[in-house]
Design a protein. Structure first.
Length: 234
């Protein structure tokens, strides 16, 4: 049974979400501020965290930042009531895997969580026999292991979130092909929810920055003005 940690200072919302997640077969833990959330994550290690941005003591952005700075890649979804893409982009820059804007349909949130857990599931699966193991995806200096969600670029391991891995996989499997922002969202998120496709720009900036740490001259993710992005073939 997967465990979700719900973090929000709105106790009535947490109660409603708890019932919805329990109906879907989740084990639910709750926290009502950022400090309490960090303690729960450390002690109980949930499978996924759904965290509000605006909270007392420690906000959702700060919770996410602390986890990522500590090297913790726990799946993390932000809830934001701010109608502003800058806030959403900031959350993604800090390492959140996804965001859901309030007010939201509970079914949409559940779909996002379930999609994220499906993408994360490979990390918990035991290694398969060599003949049955998923193929390693290689594109030039980029090497992806879908089973372990591991990324190597020029032989160096690169730490990425689940969402970042799926974007790299989308690029690597379609090298040389221009992918629109809408198509990348479809490939990366795995659900049919509608969000601002410009959030893809934030994911791309994060990936470029991480790969530039390995190769300062990295330029393989190409912006195609008016169309989207593509991974250059070499």
């Amino acid at each position: 049974m997967p465990q979700v940690l719900l973090v929000d200072d709105d106790r009535s919302l947490v109660d409603v979400l708890s019932m919805s997640f329990e109906d879907e077969g989740f084990d639910v833990a709750c926290a009502y501020d950022g400090d309490e959330a960090l303690v729960c994550i450390k002690n109980d290690r949930p499978d996924v965290v759904v965290c509000d941005v605006n909270m007392p003591k420690l906000d959702g952005f700060s919770v996410c930042r602390r986890l990522r700075e500590d090297g913790d890649d726990i799946p993390f979804i932000l809830l934001t009531s701010r109608d502003n893409e800058i806030d959403e982009a900031l959350g993604l820059e800090l390492g959140a895997d996804d965001y859901v804007a309030k007010p939201f349909n509970t079914r949409v949130l559940l779909a996002r969580v379930q999609a994220l857990l499906r993408r994360q599931a490979a990390r918990q699966q035991p290694a398969e026999a060599a003949d049955d193991a998923p193929e390693i995806v290689e594109c030039g200096a980029l090497r992806l292991d879908p089973e372990r969600l591991e990324v190597r670029f020029e032989g160096t391991e690169v730490t990425v979130t689940v969402t970042e891995f799926r974007m790299l996989e989308a690029f690597a499997r379609r090298a040389g092909i221009v992918l629109s922002r809408a198509r990348l969202l479809e490939l990366v998120r795995g659900d049919d929810s509608v969000v601002a496709d410009r959030i893809i720009d934030t994911y791309v900036r994060r990936l470029r920055r991480k790969l530039e740490e390995v190769d300062p001259g990295f330029d393989l993710i190409e912006t195609v003005i008016g169309a989207g992005y593509r991974w250059k073939k070499r």
